[in-house]
Design a binder for this molecule. Structure first.
Ligand code: GLN
Length: 199
């Protein structure tokens, strides 16, 4: 099974570890560069993107993470994790940096404040069957995407799921629903990217 890390600096790490395991991956928390080097793919969880950014710099994983994403390691970001994968944030807080990897401009807290969080059925390209239950918590949306990106889902006229190569991002939190189809999609991306054991 592919080994998939969850960046464990802040945010809903545990929920992603459970969802990945349910989708047949070996899941483990990643904090240090040595741990990052050992995974086939990485999830950037929901949480608070400025905090995650600052801790990633403090723990010395920001640069190694950028390098691995440039090298094509599969990554999946939810909510704050989506913000981390944006090449550009519309309204960054001071000191806030991103990993980048997806040619998109993201607007933080676009759907409103914490008490305006909501759930909505979202059709996600590549996920078979019923729509995904999208949990939006102070969620960002994607303001615009570049030519190399694929829009996988929209809600209310706004882009809420995007893929570019091996990088996947959703505004919402499939890890909170018990429906592991989006994680399964990501695990498939990691499997497809892996060098066969026999080589
Ligand atoms: N609003 C948060 C941020 O800007 C993201 C919220 C979340 O991940 N649920 O980082």
């Amino acid at each position: 099974a592919p080994v998939i890390g969850v960046l464990a600096l802040q945010g809903d790490v545990r929920e992603h570890l459970i969802a990945l395991a349910a989708a047949d991956a070996v899941a483990r928390p990643v904090r240090r560069p040595e741990e990052l080097a050992e995974v086939d793919g990485l999830v950037l969880p929901g949480g608070e993107s400025t905090t995650i950014s600052k801790l990633a710099i403090l723990f010395g994983v920001m640069e190694p993470l950028r390098a691995r994403v440039r090298d094509g390691m599969p990554v999946y970001g939810t909510c704050a994790g989506m913000i981390m994968l944006a090449d550009k944030i519309l309204d960054p807080r001071s000191g806030q940096e991103t990993v980048g990897g997806i040619d998109m401009i993201v607007r933080r807290n676009a759907f409103g404040r914490q008490n305006e969080s909501f759930e909505a059925a979202v059709d996600v390209k590549g996920v078979e069957g019923d729509p995904v239950e999208g949990v939006f918590i102070r969620a960002p949306w994607v303001e615009s995407v570049g030519a190399g990106t694929e829009v996988l889902a929209e809600h209310g006229g706004h882009i809420v799921a995007v893929r570019q190569g091996n990088a996947l991002a959703t505004s919402f939190h499939p890890e909170l629903t018990g429906d592991h189809r989006v994680h399964a999609l990501f695990v498939d991306m990691v499997r497809a990217n892996r060098v066969p054991e026999s080589l």
